[in-house]
Design a protein. Structure first.
Length: 211
């Protein structure tokens, strides 16, 4: 019988807390944002009401901006914690040496490669996603500010060309966050139950392919 590797503590409480707060805030932002979108669609389609939050435009805006502040503050706590504690600097931050590991991981997730590439705490594709997503979130927040306060913060709106372009970029950034979330779920599912449970307990048993 194959012996199991001992569990190690990998996720501090603050990382687990901000992870789940981000999940809830993003869910509220996306569903309320879709209700706001329906009031003045950018494209030729609307989102079914069942997938939206707020009931009407004013209600959706209240939900959206309440979640925005939580999302922004929570993200700030996460980033500051990582900076001052140096948590994840070597395991989460994407570096030049990680480029060679991106395509092998894509091939593995697409089932074009049978064996899992060797990795440390996170693989190269995960590190690329975790390093990129804060910039996507910042873009979503900036475009949201430019849309909601186009006069007071017209210089922010101007960064994206004009008001209409800012709306389009806001939709793109939020769509990118949703795609990240869906991809994240796929990676967690492929990694197994232990990986998911570790975001509650902090403890995880390393897999055989983890160095």
């Amino acid at each position: 019988m194959k012996s199991l590797r001992p569990k190690t503590f990998q996720h501090p409480f603050i990382i687990r807390l901000t992870h789940w707060v981000n999940f809830l805030a993003l869910a509220v932002m996306v569903t309320s944002g879709l209700r706001i979108y329906n009031a003045s669609p950018i494209f030729s389609f609307k989102i079914p009401a069942a997938y939206t939050l707020g009931g009407w435009l004013a209600g959706a805006r209240q939900w959206h901006f309440a979640a925005m502040w939580i999302f922004a503050l929570n993200g700030t706590v996460y980033i500051l914690y990582n900076i001052f504690s140096r948590h994840g600097r070597s395991t989460t931050l994407f570096r030049r040496a990680d480029f060679t590991g991106v395509f092998p991981m894509i091939a593995y997730y697409l089932r074009l490669r049978r064996d899992h590439p060797l990795q440390k705490k996170y693989n190269a594709l995960q590190k690329l996603a975790y390093t990129t997503v804060p910039f996507i979130a910042l873009g979503a927040l900036l475009t949201g500010i430019g849309i909601y306060w186009p006069v007071q913060f017209q210089w922010v709106t101007g960064l994206f060309g004009n008001y209409d372009n800012a709306r389009l970029w806001h939709f793109v950034f939020m769509a990118a966050l949703v795609l990240f979330f869906l991809g994240h779920l796929v990676m967690v599912a492929l990694a197994g139950w232990g990986n998911f449970a570790s975001m509650f307990s902090g403890w995880k048993r390393p897999a055989d392919y983890e160095q």
